[in-house]
Design a protein around this ligand. Structure first.
Ligand code: PEP
Length: 250
């Protein structure tokens, strides 16, 4: 059975203290999560948030990026070993903001995916199309190409550990959500692409999250689609009430 997951992507938000307050507020509101919950905090919060989460069942720590090399002269970067040493379980890779603002290519993301998996952590591999691509009707082909380039070098035993997040760029931070039918169409297409290469059993075991303006009002309907296994949530993960409602939407 594939996992239901709600991951909050704090992006570059919250001071150290405000981040801890948010974390405690969410935990107060969610006694026993019905899904795996991941807090993808900025690097500076990781250690402290881990201290808070580590005795709470169902809550995990995520990073928003990592470097593809083990160590060395990479000023400003963070290695997988460093992330592991503060309790990180999940790493977001290939978020559209990293692809667009930091020039992360498919080839680089393939390297980062290898690094995360070979250290026993779980990548949350993001994919998604721009509005132009959707309007041109080539969204499925575009997303398929991102997945093939970033993930299809993996063997089955690695691929089955990957979490995929479909995030249409036109829906991220815009308040414009993909309709449940649009999300389901793409998630089913992703699953069928994976089934074509790795077989139906593996495809059915992979969690595919939807991201793009998920909020307390739309989460239930999105998460009830047969191929939507949860969400990667940006803005709404910064509000304790809203994020708690999203977590409780299964
Ligand atoms: C995201 O950052 O991955 C995201 C989906 O943001 P938002 O929920 O704000 O659209």
């Amino acid at each position: 059975m594939r996992k239901k997951i709600v991951a909050g992507n704090w992006k570059m938000n919250k001071s150290y203290n405000d981040g801890l307050v948010l974390c405690y507020d969410i935990l107060d509101k969610v006694a026993e999560p019905k899904a795996t919950v991941v807090f993808c905090t900025p690097f500076i919060h990781l250690y402290a948030v881990n201290e808070v989460l580590k005795n709470r069942e169902g809550f995990f720590l995520g990073a928003q990026n990592c470097h593809q090399e083990d160590k060395g002269a990479y000023t400003g970067e963070t290695s997988i070993e460093m992330l592991q040493s503060v309790g990180v379980d999940y790493v977001i890779l290939g978020h559209s903001e990293r692809r667009e603002y930091f020039g992360e290519s498919d080839a680089l993301l393939a390297q980062k995916t290898n690094k995360v998996l070979s250290n026993g952590l779980t990548p949350i591999f993001c994919c998604g199309e721009s509005l132009d691509i959707r309007d041109a009707g080539s969204h499925v082909a575009h997303v398929n190409a991102q997945i093939e380039a970033g993930l299809f070098h993996l063997g089955a035993e690695e691929m089955e550990k990957v979490v995929i997040a479909y995030e249409p760029i036109w829906a991220i931070g815009t308040g414009r959500t993909a309709s449940p039918a649009q999300a389901q169409e793409m998630h089913a297409a992703i699953r069928s692409l994976i089934a074509g290469k790795y077989g139906a059993d593996l495809a059915n075991s992979i969690s595919i999250l939807y991201g793009g303006s998920v909020n307390a009002a739309n989460a239930k309907e999105l998460f009830s689609q047969p191929d939507v296994d949860g969400g990667l949530v940006g803005g709404a993960s910064l509000k304790a009430d809203e994020f708690a409602t999203i977590i409780n939407s299964f």
